[in-house]
Design a binder for this molecule. Structure first.
Ligand code: GRF
Length: 222
């Protein structure tokens, strides 16, 4: 169980490796007052991640932990974990963070790590999801927020956003629409966690006391 925040907002860290449009969606919603989360820290494993400029623009503390500086994945994970604990982070939001987190890290923060994956999981874990959807001529595509476990893109699913695949779609058009979906569903799922409505228990996601055997699904006509 996650520690209960004492009176304040849930302290979250957003972990990035690149452009950080999902980070920006969180920043914008906090600024609008529609997301009650304290984005206390942004961590990037790459010094050139554009998301770092977004954090700076919003006055959010940001650090770079270059993975190349570490002898092993475990050493990197330990450094990352130490930074998150020092900052009193309660929720770890992976947003385009292109590093696989090892078992020791995942167990250390069990039930407090979320990821968003650009596919309707359990379909298409891994890379190149848009091309795979087109190759399979799927009728729908989307994105899924899930808790992180040791299984890559395999943790309990929380919230999925679904869009129709249109005949004229390309990898680029799908990517753009899927990202728009992500910017809506990821803050919503994080809000559930911050409100104490969502938790990870016995290897499953629970929302309002109900075990989510399937994720909540939102349809978007984008
Ligand atoms: C998102 O599409 C997300 O699904 C995947 O990485 C991408 C990150 O994009 N995990 P951004 O850096 O938030 O723009």
């Amino acid at each position: 169980m996650r520690p209960v925040a004492t009176g304040g907002r849930c302290r979250a860290a957003v972990l990035i490796s690149g452009s950080g449009t999902n980070l920006q969606a969180f920043i914008d919603r906090v600024a609008l007052g529609t997301l009650s989360l304290d984005i206390a820290l942004v961590v990037s494993n790459r010094a050139d991640a554009y998301g770092l400029s977004r954090a700076a623009g919003a006055g959010i503390d940001a650090i770079v932990i270059p993975h190349g500086d570490f002898r092993s994945r475990e050493d990197f994970d330990r450094q990352l974990g130490g930074e998150l604990e020092s900052a009193g982070i309660e929720l770890i939001i992976l947003a385009g963070f292109m590093r696989i987190l090892g078992g020791e890290f995942v167990r250390r923060f069990e039930g407090r790590i979320m990821n968003i994956h650009p596919a309707l999981l359990p379909r298409y874990p891994g890379l190149d999801t848009h091309a795979r959807v087109l190759a399979a001529a799927d009728s729908h595509h989307g994105s899924t927020v899930h808790f992180v476990t040791e299984e890559l893109d395999g943790g309990p699913r929380i919230l999925a956003g679904r869009i129709p695949v249109r005949p004229q779609d390309t990898g680029e058009t799908l990517q753009s629409r899927v990202q728009s979906v992500e910017h809506r569903i990821y803050p919503e799922a994080a809000q559930w966690f911050a409100d104490g409505r969502l938790e990870y228990l016995d290897g499953a996601a629970w929302l309002d006391g109900q075990c989510l055997t399937e994720p909540v699904v939102r349809d978007f006509d984008l």
